[in-house]
Design a protein around this ligand. Structure first.
Ligand code: ARG
Length: 656
């Protein structure tokens, strides 16, 4: 049951008579924006008339005359320049709602030709603790997997972890020189994270110190330029003033960014020099960055000891990741990290070379493509393979071994250049019908408009972020429950609700933005009890459960599909129509892999429900039939919210 699809279907024959490809025109049949214009609107007559050189109103009328929708619509209406307004007959809506009331899938029919999707998401570089930047890929990717599966597709979720990169050289170096044996025995994960941070800090320290003269020099140059430009601007005549103003403002910017760079460099240096222990370590390890890189190179070359270290470290890293995934309720079918593809990389380069696609350039093997300026480097001049080589091997594996139809890469939009080159190269390499999609997303920002960081400038650890969400949610739950005459939740229940509300809040706040935009991380907004938040939906759900409790009815005992639905008021009719639109909300999500289209559907549903609930009393309904019918709508609404949220990986609770 998909009302929109049925209406489109009915328009199809008329359009087929007029054009070769009616699909884009049918796309212009949409839910109406304004109830005054009916429930749906067909907006294809205008572009079609243009194409055929005809009068749009006449054309619309001709189509209306030939279309048969009489069994479920009021007579069609042509309006304005040629819009066709479609109003579903209320009795048809009532019938459909009764059907959906007995359907677990809320009327959504599984796709007729399922495809096999590999969804590459989360994919952190391990050995570094997960941070806020990993939230987006994890949450968006999980929502897409759930929605694709619900739609009836086959999905393989694959966590393409970075488990073979330079960070391992860093912890190997740290392990050799700075290991604290007791904490390694007791808390290996924490110890490895500490070693990574330490080696990183010391390497950065040396790099920053040697960059200081250059930073100072360029700041001086910027200041000199600013002075010069300002002086010239003061004496300039009108003709030159505009140009000079621009120059002054550019110089100002240059000075500001130079000062910021210098300050942060000085802060990084001070952080080491203000600690006696760190200063000593820094002095004892002046070549730390190079030596850590050499550890990585030895690991890649198959050095026995480094491989042993790697084998010992990896399970700890995975365990730390798993803790986060368990908490977020995210599952992977596969975790095939970069190391898995290592044995295949030489063959990839050979194959590209054989086909004449990869050529030597300055000692590196590169694939050049007409579409992009930069070469796609598959083997560096020192012999090392790259991120690109690994991704090509991964493409091959997903096609040949996993037999995927389509791969989604849920990765930061800053990597779009890489993916464009990867897709182009793969196509030329001969990857057949395998489809690709970079599902890109923007950055999580702080209120200062810069990437979200802690006050001291560190990245925000993901686990502490989740903890904070839950503890903030706990405060809300406590306040809420304490306000009741008799507190109704036990301590254990409060903790459970806080977990559901806190994590739901974080996930929803991420998903309800169009994924390509950056968004500002805002605790208060994300846990607000009204507005477009998970908390609001969760409240709406709990409220409906409350209605049934008050009437002492157990929803699971009721066969809703046997109760006739009556849509007597506008509010009931609107809610009914909204509940029937779940299917096309999901179609929207999957058309371009945009989960925010599901959150907007949920928000509209909750709002439509709230209007219904204000106007149409369930307890004091005019008749028993009407009360029962309203209970059907309530149950449907609750299931819609629960199902919709579950596709986003968000849970609900019966009491809040
Ligand atoms: N590990 C990479 C990073 O943190 C992301 C990997 C995304 N997936 C891929 N197949 N390249 O940047």
């Amino acid at each position: 049951m998909n009302l929109l699809a049925s209406i489109r279907q009915r328009f199809l024959p008329a359009l087929k008579d007029l054009v070769e490809d009616p699909a884009p025109l049918l796309d212009l049949v949409r839910p109406a924006q304004d109830a005054r214009f009916g429930d749906f609107q067909a907006n294809f007559a205008m572009p079609l008339a243009k194409q055929l050189g005809r009068n749009p109103r006449e054309l619309a009328q001709q189509i209306v005359d030939s279309v048969d929708l009489g069994d479920f619509c009021e007579p069609l209406e042509v309006a304005g320049p040629g819009f066709i307004n479609v109003r579903i007959s209320t009795s048809h809506l009532e019938t459909l709602l009764q059907q959906v009331a007995g359907d677990d899938r809320l009327g959504v029919v599984p796709v007729s030709s399922p495809r096999h999707f590999v969804v590459d998401f989360s994919s952190p570089n391990v050995a570094k603790p997960m941070h806020v930047g990993h939230l987006r890929s994890t949450v968006i990717g999980d929502a897409l997997c759930r929605t694709l599966r619900f739609a009836g597709h086959k999905v393989t979720s694959d966590n393409h972890i970075g488990d073979w990169g330079t960070q391992f050289g860093m912890i190997i170096y740290g392990f050799r020189h700075f290991r604290d044996e007791t904490s390694w025995q007791e808390e290996p994960v924490t110890e490895l994270a500490r070693l990574y941070r330490l080696v990183n800090q010391l390497s950065e320290y040396h790099a920053t110190r040697s960059s200081l003269p250059e930073l100072t020099r360029s700041l001086d140059a910027a200041r000199t330029e600013l002075e010069a430009a300002t002086a010239e601007a003061e004496v300039a005549d009108d003709a030159d003033r505009k140009k000079l103003k621009k120059r002054v403002s550019a110089a100002n910017k240059e000075v500001a960014s130079g000062e910021a760079a210098l300050h942060s460099a000085e802060a990084a240096i001070a952080a080491v020099e203000n600690s006696a222990a760190l200063s000593r370590q820094a002095a004892d390890h002046p070549q730390i960055a190079r030596l850590a890189r050499e550890e990585t190179a030895r690991l890649h070359a198959g050095d026995e000891e480094n491989l042993r270290f790697w084998n010992e470290f990896l399970p700890c890293c995975l365990e730390a990741l798993q803790r986060v995934y368990d908490r977020l309720d995210v599952q992977f079918d596969l975790t095939l990290g970069e190391s898995f593809y290592n044995p295949r990389l030489a063959d990839v380069v050979d194959s590209l070379a054989e086909q004449g696609m990869a050529v030597l350039s300055d000692g590196a093997m590169c694939v050049f493509s007409p579409e992009s300026n930069a070469p796609f480097i598959v083997r560096k001049s020192d012999g090392a393979f790259t991120y690109a080589t690994t991704d090509l091997a991964t493409v091959q594996y997903r096609r040949d071994e996993l037999r995927a139809d389509e791969v989604l890469y849920v990765v930061d939009k800053r990597q779009s250049g890489h993916f464009q080159q990867l897709f182009e190269t793969s196509v030329r390499w001969g990857i057949g019908d395998l489809q690709f999609r970079h599902v890109s997303f923007g950055t999580v920002m702080g209120s200062n408009g810069r990437p979200y960081k802690t006050r001291s400038g560190d990245t925000v650890g993901l686990e502490s972020l989740l903890d904070e969400a839950v503890s903030r949610a706990r405060r809300i739950v406590d306040e809420n429950d304490d306000r009741r005459e008799t507190a109704s939740l036990t301590d254990e229940q409060r903790a459970r609700v806080a977990e559901i509300v806190g994590l739901g809040g974080i996930k929803y706040a991420d998903l309800h933005h169009n994924r390509d935009s950056d968004y500002i991380f805002d605790w208060d907004k994300m846990l607000a009890t009204t507005g477009d938040t998970a908390t609001y939906m969760q409240y709406a759900y709990a409220r409906v459960c409350g209605i049934f409790r008050k009437l002492e009815l157990d929803r699971s005992d009721i066969d809703f599909s046997r109760i006739p639905v009556l849509l007597r008021t506008d509010e009931e009719r609107r809610l009914g129509l909204q509940l029937l639109s779940f299917g096309y909300a999901l179609d929207g999500v999957l058309a371009e892999y945009r989960p925010h289209l599901l959150t907007s559907w949920l928000f509209s549903t909750a709002e439509t429900f709230s209007q219904f609930f204000d106007k149409c009393s369930v307890q004091k309904a005019e008749s028993e039939e009407l009360q029962k019918s309203r209970l059907v709508l309530c149950d449907l609404m609750a299931r819609a919210i629960r199902t919709g949220l579950s596709l986003l990986g968000i849970d609900v609770t019966e009491t809040m």
